[in-house]
Design a protein around this ligand. Sequence first.
Ligand SMILES: [Zn+2]
Length: 393
Amino acid sequence: MTKVPATRFEIEAQNGEARAGVLTTRRGRIETPVFMPVGTAGTVKGIRFEELESLDLDARIILGNTYHLWLRPGIEVIKAAGGLHRFIGWDRALLTDSGGFQVWSLGALRKISEEGTEFRSHLDGSLQFLSPEVSMEVQAALGSDIVMVFDECAPGEASHEETERSMNLTARWAQRSKTAFDLLQGNGADTGRLEAHGLSSRQALFGIVQGASHLDLRRISLEQTVNIGFDGYAIGGLSVGEKKPVMFEVIEEIAPQMPKDAPRYLMGVGTPEDLVEAVARGVDMFDCVLPTRNGRTGQAFTARGKLNVKNARWANDSRPLDESCRCSVCRRHSRAYLRHLYIAGEMLASILLTHHNLAFFLDTMRGVRQSIRSGDFPKFRREFTEGLIANGE
Ligand SMILES: [Zn+2]
């Protein structure tokens, strides 16, 4: 008996290792490579859902954070609302992380055991416990379309021994995640079920490859993860303090060895140039807080590098943030006006910069996809990098 899949993934064009394809979820088609805006607490900060759906941005999938939503408003509130899609008013696809990374980031506030992670809530200091089983239960209650396994992340500079111990724990947690996940799918705990043609209507579950910067451990972790078997595979534990060449060495070694017929997701990375470089090494999916977070601190991403909107040199500059950007902010507003809003502490500064930054990330990925399909990705990559370096501003 063939099992009906939760998602379908088809590669339609390839340039070297770079792949262009379509990931079909129960909530729509997602062209890959794709950038997923991060909606930490049930909101992509600083932008309305209508804008995310607009042709300017057209985000097909966004992230939700299990850790944050679990602590506040809590799963009872979200369950009562009928799941995260209904609670926030978003019909397109949602991916939720497992909470593992957030809990890991708490540092001294957490205690890891075989069973799971005990930690103090950053909100009220209360003692909490997160495990593969709890994470799967929360993600089922959220009803996201793609669920991530509960993993442990080793620090970027972790020793071989320390990383190996952590990686093996991640493998055991991955198996426990899958067992708990299957049980929850069977008993109807998933609030996001949706009939979609040719798909199973259940959530998809992605495994995570760990192993820090140790390539031998990365290879073992990949094997352990593939042996358990998931709908997609992620590379975790990068962009956590290791140097950039180290990060790319890991991606270059691991991504091409990941199953060819499943989506490959690089978690928490990165700048526009990181995205293009990781696509060149075979990655299909990305998420990062950079466009939204930097938008709130006055930094714009442009085809000619980063632009600090606070800079006095823009005081009388009538040009848009990015002269090659077609987003609604660049069509309407000048650097001088955006600088004024930022200096005056107006909330519109954050809103407009966030909009442009997301448009820039999503448009870059649109360009990446088109160039792979037309066989021009090497040229796109070269010109994109040259544009960023040119930075004549
Ligand atoms: Zn723009």
